[in-house]
Design a protein around this ligand. Structure first.
Ligand SMILES: [Zn+2]
Length: 361
């Protein structure tokens, strides 16, 4: 038995295939996206939240938070112990389509620049971008006014590489240091390095802190192949900087604050209701949320996750964990529910507004 065979049978991709997990796409040099067998994943069968990391032979569902390593995944799914799982995996031939990719060359990553520097650099960056008519239409359809889209600083990412390089050159000329700014990284050509930023197609959604400073961006993607949203992050790129899972503040300090999933949803819900919202990037991404709520002077906190996810046991568990955490921190906690015909609180508020307009007419 060669080492090669040994690795192959215990590789995360082989384990996933043996378990019948639906692997959708390669997401990066070391990650694949698959359908999560624990939470059932999103309704759309082409979307997946289970990340399979071939470098670490690990899995992580960003929807329900389940994570671990290849043998553990097999053991959990088969309801056997790890020893048995190992034995079973070793007894079977590896899936013939599994190709072991050589380990990715590690690139040095920068730490994230302080918020003040990030905010200034991102604002200068946004000043060089425009919002496409299609993206503006998309935002208006969600219920935002034209003024609100301008206020929230949504901008479309340029499609031409020359535009991206030009913007980076201008920023550097104006004195901005792109090192430590998530989304920006360097390319190397003929021994020369130059700055670039990630080339997604879509629009930027600024994720702001309590003081209104831009912490980072989520991107609403035009093509939903890998899901609808990604972070503006240059993880694993030359001189790149990984984005964090930032929580956003949408509105002024207030005694009542509503927590929802996703910054764009929170922007829309805030605009339609005038309530103050805090957005989490995922139901499990709640680290430090009590600090944000305290800074907002919140007393009463509503949790308003999507209605369809509330019926999901894994998400229900994540919600209960959040509730406990908030109660322990001294907040009065309530769950906000609405007509389940509407998936998100933004959809519900928009339907309500349309209803009211009809009544007026
Ligand atoms: Zn999951």
């Amino acid at each position: 038995m060669s080492n090669y065979d040994y690795d192959k049978r215990l590789s995360i991709l082989n384990v996933a295939k043996k378990l019948g997990i639906n692997i959708l796409k390669r997401a990066s040099s070391e990650e694949y996206i698959a359908r999560c067998p624990f939470c059932g994943d999103s309704k759309n069968p082409t979307h997946g939240h289970l990340y399979l990391n071939i470098e670490k032979d690990a899995y992580h569902c960003v929807r329900c938070g389940k994570k671990g390593y290849a043998i553990g995944l097999y053991a959990k799914m088969r309801d056997i112990d790890r020893k048995e799982a190992y034995k079973e995996l070793m007894e079977k031939e590896a899936d013939e389509n599994i190709i072991l990719t050589p380990p990715v060359k590690k690139v040095k990553q920068n730490t994230v620049a302080p918020i003040g520097i990030r905010d200034r650099t991102y604002r200068a960056f946004l000043n060089k971008l425009i919002l496409n008519p299609e993206h503006l239409r998309n935002l208006i359809k969600r219920g935002l006014s034209w003024e609100e889209t301008a206020k929230n600083l949504y901008k479309s990412l340029p499609e031409e590489p020359q535009q991206r390089w030009g913007i980076c050159r201008e920023l550097i000329k104006e004195g901005y240091n792109l090192k430590g700014i998530p989304g920006f990284y360097q390319r190397e050509k003929d021994g020369e390095k130059y700055w670039d930023f990630v080339d997604y197609k879509g629009f930027l959604i600024p994720v702001k802190d309590v003081q209104g400073r831009i912490q980072g961006f989520q991107i609403r993607l035009d093509e939903e192949e890998f899901g609808k949203y990604v972070w503006f992050s240059s993880r694993n790129k030359l001189n790149g900087t990984p984005a964090h899972a930032w929580q956003g503040v949408h509105g002024e300090p207030s005694k009542v604050v509503i927590i929802t999933e996703g910054p764009l949803k929170a922007d829309v819900a805030h605009y339609l209701s005038r309530f103050t919202f805090v957005s989490v990037p995922g139901v499990t991404a709640i680290k430090g949320i009590e600090v944000v709520l305290k800074e907002l002077e919140a007393e009463k906190v509503y949790i308003a996750f999507d209605m369809d996810v509330l019926t999901n046991p894994a998400v229900q568990k994540a919600k209960e964990k959040l509730e406990r955490k908030l109660v322990e921190a001294g907040f009065e906690v309530r769950t906000k529910t609405w007509d389940s015909r509407y998936k998100g609180i933004d959809d519900y508020l928009l339907a309500q507004r349309k209803q009211k307009q009809k009544q007026v007419v």
